[in-house]
Design a protein around this ligand. Sequence first.
Ligand SMILES: [Ca+2]
Length: 334
Amino acid sequence: MKQKLGVAAAAIAVGLALAPAAPAVAATTATIEVPTDFVPDRSDTRATGHYEVVGTGLRLWTEGSASSDKVAEYVATNTALTAVGEPTLEYSNTSGGVPGFQLVVDFDADGNDDGILIGEPGVYGNDWWLNNAAEEFVKDGAPSHTGGYGSANHGTLDQWRTAFPEAKVIAFGFSLGSGVKGDGILNAINFAGTRYTFRAPAAVVPAVPSAEADISCGKVELTLGNVTAQPGTTVNEAASFQFVVDDQPAGSADIAADGTASKVFEFAEDTGTHAVSVLSGGAVILSFAVESDCLPTVLKSKDECKQDGWKTSTAPVFKNQGECVSSFASAKKS
Ligand SMILES: [Ca+2]
């Protein structure tokens, strides 16, 4: 008996829960989802530069001191330079060089970025230097042109704010390298009064719009269909379903490439009613009862196979009348 099973409404809500959008400016703490919240077009993480979420921090490392040894990522924002305070990286250095803070700035507030201010307090204190690829008008307007800093165009953030009062920060981030070997944990980014920590993408929770069970005497063949992952994630092993039968864990089922997951349960005869629950991401999305107090239908002769009698047999189940008749023939021989 095939029957459609209603999937709990709560499950749909779980399945469709979207990852939070970019952190609100007003919050004093926020989380950067990695790599979702990094701006792909600004990424400058190269072949031998790496990042990986570790707890609520982000491990950064490079393999050597070649030009490919660079890990740099940026988070989008739209914050007046006057409002960013003194941004800092909370970094625990394991070995080698340390990353610098990067502010991508639209200095004349025309909507286009004009240069990057780089803060390296371990080297230059509270002085921020301008990258060499910046627009000329920014270089010309830099607070200071003295040597001995990261570039010939530099100044404190307060000086930059005075020089470019309209300036807007359109992205903030970090850069280790290029050409610098280093390894450590970026525990947090402090920017504009908010402390940002890190997290991997939210656990993949599949949406389950359909469930069908073939329930016969004490046996359930459950098929979950049209399984899809949340936007921005992929269906993978973490998206498997877990099963609980009579309050005991009863295994799991991975999601196949065709978007289905299947599970078979069998219960001993005459053991009454069993409760089956399906969980996804720790939440029950489906539960139903299975009766196994029926006795199996066992045919006694090949004659009973005829006139669709073979279809009534549950022990065993036959595919057709021929198989039913054959079973008695072979039973006789043995
Ligand atoms: Ca501009």
